[in-house]
Design a protein around this ligand. Sequence first.
Ligand SMILES: C[S@@+](CC[C@H](N)C(=O)[O-])C[C@H]1O[C@@H](n2cnc3c(N)ncnc32)[C@H](O)[C@@H]1O
Length: 287
Amino acid sequence: MTSKIYDRPFYYDIAFTWSVLKQIDFFERIFELFVPFKVERIGEPACGTGRLLLALARRGYRVMGYDVNPRVVEYAKRRITEAGLADRAEVKVADMRSVVFNEKFGAAFNLINSLGYLHSDEEIVTHFRCTGDALQTGGVYVVQLSCAWGKPPEEDLSSWTFERNGVRVKTTWTVEHEDRERKLSHQRCRMEIEDNGRELVLDEPHVLRLWLYEDLRRLARESGRLFLTAIYDEKFAEVPLDAELTGELGNLYFVFGGPLGLSKTSNGAILLPAGGPDGRGTPGGSN
Ligand SMILES: C[S@@+](CC[C@H](N)C(=O)[O-])C[C@H]1O[C@@H](n2cnc3c(N)ncnc32)[C@H](O)[C@@H]1O
């Protein structure tokens, strides 16, 4: 996949430079609530420039991330080495559509709708299978994404600016059109960069999966590896599993449990996946 913004990881990294520390506190709460063992090893599909990997490694986790873009992987590797974290953090070039691991993780994360780069049901189910197989028994896969709008707004645009060492990047991300028939969301990313007197604009379309909640649940179920355990909103407040989920709710965190283990619910009870010891069922059979 060639991309103007991911092929320029230096600018991407400035544009997406916001702190992940509160997010990691939230992930640790998820571990306490849902994972019946101490999480030590974490995987991150589509890790980009490694901003989450670095912060997790600094907290003492052993992390492995992968991304399809060799340039962001190279950039992430360099940052990890410079931070002296190479003994705890590893990054590889790999594709979410096909990657198979030979190691297990207590948790995995997929942030800011990176999963949306997989468009077809088949690609998503394959990814869920590969990632579910890579989870330790009772581990979790947390996927952050936003659903299709219930009532499309006149304009769906978010814009933010970050500066580092005199380099200023203004990013504008717009949802231009939701194609419900093909289940695709047509978006645009524009970065206006001022780099020590030089001005540069990176502007390109991004086509992402248009997420309908029922599809996400169905695809997880079809994978036979993951079941939906909980949902949280941008402020880390729990959203009921039977809520109507639309773009109005913003970027949501979907917590998937692996199938074979015991999984804790948010009130601390232990759930045994329905469907018996082969674990192919789901709690309540409805997810
Ligand atoms: C919005 S960025 C997010 C990066 C990172 N997760 C973060 O939070 O900063 C999306 C990333 O997905 C990667 N990506 C897109 N398609 C992919 C695929 N099929 N397999 C692996 N990575 C992919 C891109 O190269 C890019 O680095």
